[in-house]
Design a protein around this ligand. Structure first.
Ligand code: SAM
Length: 215
């Protein structure tokens, strides 16, 4: 079985990520290494490496592998970044960030998801992740500024506190749009100005919070 998963992981990288233009070797390596099937309930583990999101309970999903790769690559991580993630979910994306940056701060509003993700990531031996069950649209001021911020739920607009907590030359990736479809926006801080790039359309669950959607 573990051999099947190893093969599925290899195929995911070869057939879903490289042909669509993911080039960052560190991202490809991390996604080829991390056991994505462990982040999904056993009954659905066979779908872990398929080219689509998978339910993780609480009406939430683990994102499609390509979207995880695209968003991670856009953060341009070199290994020494102070990183913030909003929407821990299963913890899979958190593991990728923990492989590729030096410290990860991850916030999840649904406590049960946060607790499960923390248990698994502890068991897998990650020691560079701090967890918080909270409204991530407010950011995590005590540990700011962040070199990289990833928001893994769809926002109605760029959340102000996250913009404020982005370091100079820092990058933030946020899906912005309506409740049903969004554009992936990359924000780069250059001093007092914020550059914005549109990385294309996507579909995420809602970012719920003070600077997001109402529940
Ligand atoms: N990256 C996750 C993974 O690898 O499994 C998937 C994240 S899922 C698409 C989005 C997550 O964002 C959900 O778990 C949801 O509960 C969470 N979320 C939504 N609004 C939030 C907020 N204001 N603060 C923190 N988490 C939030």
């Amino acid at each position: 079985m573990s051999q099947d998963f190893a093969l599925a992981r290899e195929r995911m990288v070869k057939n879903q990520l490289i042909p669509r233009g993911i080039r960052d070797e560190r991202v490809l390596e991390a996604m080829g290494k991390i056991h994505r099937h462990l982040f999904i309930e056993e009954a659905l583990a066979g779908e872990a490496y398929n080219d689509h999101p998978v339910p993780i309970g609480e009406k939430q999903t683990i994102s499609q592998p390509y979207i995880v790769a695209l968003m991670t690559e856009a953060l341009e991580l070199k290994g020494d970044e102070n990183t913030l993630e909003i929407g821990t979910g299963s913890g899979y994306q958190t593991a990728i960030l923990a492989e590729l940056s030096s410290r990860v701060h991850t916030i999840e509003r649904i406590t049960s998801l946060m607790v499960n993700a923390r248990k698994l990531l502890d068991r897998l031996g990650y020691t560079n992740i701090l967890f918080k069950a909270f409204d991530g649209t407010l950011g995590w001021k005590e540990y700011a500024p962040f070199d990289a911020i990833m928001v893994t739920a769809g926002a109605p607009s760029l959340p102000g506190p996250l913009m404020d907590q982005l370091a100079d030359n820092g990058r933030m990736i946020v899906p912005v749009g309506d409740r049903y479809s969004q554009e992936l926006i990359k924000v780069t801080r250059k001093g007092d100005s914020m550059e914005q790039d549109n990385l294309g359309g996507c579909r995420f669950v809602n970012l719920i919070g003070v600077h997001g959607w109402s529940d």
